[in-house]
Design a protein around this ligand. Structure first.
Ligand code: HEM
Length: 255
């Protein structure tokens, strides 16, 4: 996924173009990742998910992938919580998802879930998060924005789709990830988060680097979707039916 950045080339229009380009980080991110967002929404895995075509096994693997991504992200945010560019967007009670994802994995895999999940599908993404957390923590702003703002937006649609498609209990077991207990108004919280991002003291170059990093984060998410899509092609129908507690053969035989 390649970000589109417009640089004015000179002449009178330069001033007009410069005046039109957003300088608030939240607007730069929204504008600068629009194309990535469109591409992400158009990944086959995401389109299938939105149509309610999700195999239970794949949903479990997706939840595990998110667990590794959020564990890395929240570990690095925690380490950098006093950094002047991270402290204003540090909202562990409201946002952090690691615990919620661990509960979801316990629901799907049982008590020994940790021995059954693998971080393989997310390795480059997780490595990058640790790299920026160690070397260039300001870029954690991009990783947080890409995931948390997305979860507070499209995530709510995905929750409803998954609940219906996988026949998950209305009490929310298996869907803790989508439930932000500490946030009453998603819209209100997103406004607060945007204003905190805009108040960070950043020069133009750093803001551009954050937008680029967010596009990179979108790219990593798309890589995970592609992996899942490929795994999905190898999963047989019986596994899908396992969610109903009966194999296809059993149902056909009246079992
Ligand atoms: C924003 C839907 C996939 C990241 C939004 C908004 C919607 C939405 C409706 C706008 C919310 C608003 O205006 O306040 C969806 C749907 C998706 C999807 C239906 C596909 C199932 C993704 C993915 C990511 C993502 C895969 C990244 C991993 C974001 C971000 C925003 C956002 C960062 C905030 C944009 C901003 O206001 O700056 N999404 N989204 N979305 N989404 Fe998605």
């Amino acid at each position: 996924c390649k970000p589109i950045v417009l640089y004015p080339t000179g002449g009178e229009e330069t001033y007009l173009l410069l005046a039109l380009l957003p300088t608030d980080l939240s607007e730069m991110l929204a504008e600068g990742t629009k194309e990535s967002h469109d591409r992400a929404e158009n990944c086959q895995f995401v389109k299938d998910f939105l149509r309610g075509r999700i195999k239970r096994e794949l949903f479990k693997r997706g939840t595990a992938a998110l667990y590794f991504v959020y564990s890395a992200m929240e570990e690095e945010i925690e380490k950098n919580k006093d950094h002047p560019h991270i402290a204003p967007i540090y909202f562990p009670t409201e946002l952090h998802r690691r615990e919620a994802l661990a509960r979801d994995l316990e629901h799907f895999y049982g008590e020994d879930w940790e021995s059954q999940v693998s971080r393989k599908d997310t390795e480059p993404y997780v490595d990058r998060i640790h790299e920026v957390g160690g070397k260039d923590p300001v870029l954690l702003v991009a990783h947080s924005y890409t995931r948390y703002m997305g979860d507070l937006s499209g995530g709510q649609i995905l929750k409803k789709v998954a609940q219906r498609a996988l026949k998950l209990p209305s009490t929310g077991e298996g869907l803790n990830f989508y439930q932000f207990e500490g946030i009453h108004s998603h819209k209100g919280f997103k406004q607060l988060y945007r204003s905190r991002m805009n108040e960070l003291e950043l020069d133009a170059d750093t803001k551009e680097r954050i937008v680029d990093e967010s596009n990179r984060a979108f790219g990593f998410n798309m890589m995970v979707f592609t992996e899942l899509e490929e795994i999905g092609e190898t999963i047989k129908e019986e596994v899908q039916d396992a969610g109903l507690g009966h194999s296809h053969a059993e149902i056909m035989q009246g079992g």
